[in-house]
Write a protein that binds this ligand. Structure first.
Ligand SMILES: CC(C)(COP(=O)(O)OP(=O)(O)OC[C@H]1O[C@@H](n2cnc3c(N)ncnc32)[C@H](O)[C@@H]1OP(=O)(O)O)[C@@H](O)C(=O)NCCC(=O)NCCS
Length: 175
């Protein structure tokens, strides 16, 4: 199922043909550097794909297979995770290393922010980013997300920064 399209990207349900690209992405230490810190072992990546991604998302929330239209190629997964409170969701994006720095995460973010505030009529978007993930923080700030607080993961000492974008801030910025 195709959920959404932007200029260069298409967001659809994960299919079996995405498995090898999904595995390559999550077994890459650069990709996992600020999301857990370690690459997933091959078996973990395969199991996660089959148990948690294949055939999903089915509707609205979840990370959608992100396809580069001109190459018909799986380049990552992006989307919204339902929040704990009504009217809120979390924005998330993961792209394969060869496709970084071409504006794809920004394009995906813009598309899902639009979905959140127009199609879904949410009032607040959240995003958490590990300290040091400068590209991700840059994207959030570019779209008007504000830093609200941070949390330290006791076991690892890693710092997770929490950002928010309210519908009113987004509306002000986009008009
Ligand atoms: C974070 C990530 C999604 C960025 O994807 P991307 O497609 O390269 O991002 P974009 O090209 O849309 O934009 C990156 C922006 O950050 C800037 N940037 C890139 N690397 C940067 C860095 N190290 N420091 C500061 N800014 C940086 C770029 O110049 C660009 O800025 P601009 O829009 O003003 O030109 C990608 O690196 C990724 O998937 N990383 C692994 C998973 C991950 O960390 N996900 C995010 C979890 S919070």
């Amino acid at each position: 199922m195709i959920f959404l399209e932007s200029e260069r990207l298409l967001f659809r349900t994960h299919e079996l043909q995405d498995e090898s690209d999904f595995i390559s992405m999550h077994t890459d230490s650069e990709v996992r550097r600020y999301v857990g810190g370690r690459p997933w072992p091959l078996e973990k990546a395969r199991t996660r794909f089959r148990d948690e991604y294949l055939g999903r998302p089915k509707e609205t929330y979840g990370l959608w297979a992100t396809i580069l239209k001109e190459e018909s190629k799986y380049i990552g997964c992006c989307g919204l995770r339902a929040g704990d409170k009504k009217g809120e969701a979390h924005l998330g994006y993961y792209l394969a290393h060869p496709y970084w720095r071409r504006g794809f995460a920004s394009e995906a973010s813009q598309a899902f922010i639009g979905v959140a505030f127009t199609r879904l009529r949410l009032v607040r978007l959240l995003a958490d980013v590990e300290k040091g993930n400068d590209a991700s923080e840059h994207i959030l700030q570019k779209f008007g997300f504000q830093f609200i607080n941070f949390e330290e993961i006791p076991a690892s000492g890693r710092i997770i920064n929490l950002y928010e974008l309210t519908k009113s801030e987004w509306y002000k910025k986009s008009t």
